[in-house]
Design a protein around this ligand. Structure first.
Ligand code: ADP
Length: 614
């Protein structure tokens, strides 16, 4: 059955109740009408007949009085006219006997009337007026009264019956009224109850369906709507079930693919030999690979403060890189191998170098961070070997180089005998190379000392201006040779700085020397000193060729020399300078662009860091 039919059907009880009440009303009204009609038929007809008969009788009586009074002709005509009418009215009454006792009364009337007629005929036959008068008073008048009484009795009988019947009719109509009200109420109640229940039953599948839709919306893909029948709702239920089935299958398949992709990516990061740690946008640990579990003892299953169980050095590095990447500063690249942290393991120490990269969401926002701790243990060992070698070589070179320089110097000065001009030229060149070699060996020794943690600073308060002057004086001859101007601008607010003056002169000398080397003739190298908050800022600006951005991070590495750099250096100057500045508790950096000169800067705390070994 279709839904439309069901809804129609649900209205049916109410409609039926309405029809029933209508029928009852028509039938009872009909019955009331009939009762009224019967009263008219049964009694009113008799009342009319007896009243008319009484009228005729009175006219006959007055006709008799006319005759007694001597008006014989008029009296006879009048009484003759009344007889036929009276007769017909009596016949009507005789055909309309309806009440108990009415039949005897009618028979009595008929008898009285017969007697009256006989007596009247006798009265008419009397000859003398005296006889007529006597006959009238002796027999006609009493007979007249008898007939009239009999008619009155029938009249009273019928009037009483009318009063009774109308009383009964009123009572019946009262009953009908009550009955109608009750019938309307009952029909309304029954109709309403059955309509409501039918409507409810017709619409129950809709509520079943809507519940199923709600559960599906909440992610319950198992839900199915059980709707029986063949109507529109059942059809809708079947369509819903097919949709839920399709969704469930899709979810199963997409879930499967997702799990597969997850397993593949887990296998990929597990295959990496270095520890990999993945953080969510809120900084919580999302994933680790097998190496991280082994080396850092990180485990997702353990729960609680997972990072808290990692060795403090590695933990500090992880938190720093995580903060950098999640703070929106982009990927984290280490500055060099010195950033590697040591983690002690049963099979020996490991050195781990951190790198971090952001994980971006669909709209480009950072939703996580991946940190790789690259195992640089072997590289560090090589580095240490190299440092040892450098230190040994520098150390071993030093004594022979000193005697070599001394010998060349003595020969050049002619202490051991005269030298020709040509010999002198060669000896000068040899002496210059010896000096350069000495510089490199000194650099190497400084470096190995710094790396071995033997850099001892002798900090004192010195005038910044004097420091700059000493440096510029040392570089002046070289600058003049290259046609480069040396200038200074020392802020009045900077009087003295707490530094190891020899070391700092080395730093400034390196920077100014580099500036002179890389600035063409006619250019300028300027040293500026200014106050910057609680720090003193040194700047060495040149008007030289500048440094390409990709070189800027690398020039501070040991032994790094930019391609095409003039010969003579070992690529150690900037590395040493940075180490010395850092040992003072400061920072060193560069601002440069190709063709626009370079500005090397470093800052020092006003009260320089103590002369701690680094
Ligand atoms: P070196 O002693 O070989 O010059 P440094 O460590 O002092 O080594 O410098 C490293 C590299 O940095 C150099 O090879 C050079 O290319 C570059 N560099 C240093 N200072 C400047 C400068 N002022 N202008 C341009 N390039 C520079």
């Amino acid at each position: 059955m279709t839904l439309r039919w069901r809804l129609w059907l649900a209205q049916a009880p109410l409609a039926l109740a309405l029809v029933l009440v209508g029928v009852v009303a028509v039938v009872t009204l009909n019955r009331l009408g009939h009762s009224g009609q019967r009263i008219l038929q049964d009694n009113y007809r008799s009342v009319l007949a007896t009243q008319r008969m009484t009228e005729q009788l009175e006219r006959m009586d007055s006709a008799a009085l006319f005759i007694v009074a001597g008006e014989r002709e008029r009296g006879e005509a009048q009484q003759a006219a009344q007889r036929a009418v009276l007769e017909s009215e009596l016949a009507v009454q005789e055909g309309n006997v309806t009440e108990p006792g009415e039949a005897e009364a009618t028979r009595g009337l008929r008898a009285a009337w017969a007697r009256y007629r006989t007596v009247y005929d006798g009265f008419l036959e009397a000859r003398t007026p005296e006889d007529r008068r006597t006959a009238y008073f002796v027999s006609v008048e009493p007979a007249f009264r008898d007939v009239k009484d009999a008619a009155s009795a029938i009249l009273a009988l019928n009037q009483d019956a009318m009063v009774h019947k109308s009383e009964a009719l009123r009572r019946q109509s009262d009953r009908v009224n009550t009955l109608m009200v009750l019938a309307v109420l009952a029909a309304f109640a029954v109709g309403l109850v059955s309509s409501t229940s039918l409507t409810h039953r017709a619409l129950r599948p809709v509520s079943v369906l809507s519940q199923a839709v709600r559960r599906l919306g909440r992610g319950d893909y198992e839900v199915r709507a059980v709707v029986e029948g063949a109507d529109e709702i059942a059809q809708l239920g079947q369509d819903f079930n097919s949709m839920a089935e399709a969704l469930q299958q899709y979810r199963r398949s997409s879930l499967g693919e997702l799990l597969q992709a997850q397993a593949a990516s887990q296998a990929a990061i597990d295959s990496l030999p270095d520890p990999v740690v993945v953080f969510g946008a809120d900084g919580a640990l999302l994933n680790v690979n097998r190496s991280a579990e082994g080396v850092l003892r990180l485990s997702l299953e353990a729960g609680g403060d997972v990072l808290g169980r990692v060795v403090p050095e590695a933990r500090e590095v992880l938190e720093r890189v995580r903060g950098h990447v999640l703070g929106g500063k982009g990927a984290y690249q280490p500055r060099g191998y010195e950033e590697a942290v040591r983690v002690a393991l049963p099979d020996g120490d490991r050195w781990l170098l951190p790198r971090g990269s952001p994980v971006y969401g669909e709209t480009g926002e950072v939703v996580g961070a991946t940190v790789i701790l690259q195992d640089v243990t072997r590289l560090r060992r090589f580095d240490e070997l190299k440092n040892d070698l450098v230190a040994t070589v520098a150390h071993e070179f030093r004594t022979p180089l000193t005697s070599l320089r001394m010998a060349v110097h003595l020969v050049t000065e002619g202490v051991v005998g005269p030298v020709t001009e040509k010999q002198a030229d060669l000896l000068f060149a040899a002496r210059e190379d010896c000096e350069r070699l000495q510089g490199i060996v000194d650099d190497l020794l400084d470096l190995s000392r710094i790396q071995a943690g033997q850099l001892q600073l002798e900090v004192r308060s010195v005038s910044a201006e004097e420091l700059v002057d000493a440096t510029l004086d040392a570089q002046r001859s070289q600058a003049d040779e290259r046609g480069v101007r040396l200038t200074k601008r020392v802020g009045l607010e900077v009087e003295s700085v707490d530094v190891d003056p020899d070391r700092l002169e080395l730093v400034l000398g390196n920077l100014v020397g580099n500036g002179v080397k890389h600035t063409p003739a006619g250019g300028e190298v300027e040293v500026r000193v200014s106050r910057e908050g609680t720090r003193v800022r040194f700047e060495v600006r040149d008007t030289g060729e500048g440094i390409a951005p990709e070189q800027q991070a690398r020039i501070f590495e040991k032994f790094y020399r930019a391609p095409g750099a003039p010969a003579g250096g070992a690529g150690l100057g900037l590395s040493i300078a940075r180490d010395i500045v850092q040992a003072h508790g400061g920072e060193l950096g560069v601002v440069s662009a190709p063709g626009q000169g370079s500005t090397f800067w470093f800052t020092l705390p006003q009260q320089a860091a103590a002369a701690e070994p680094t």
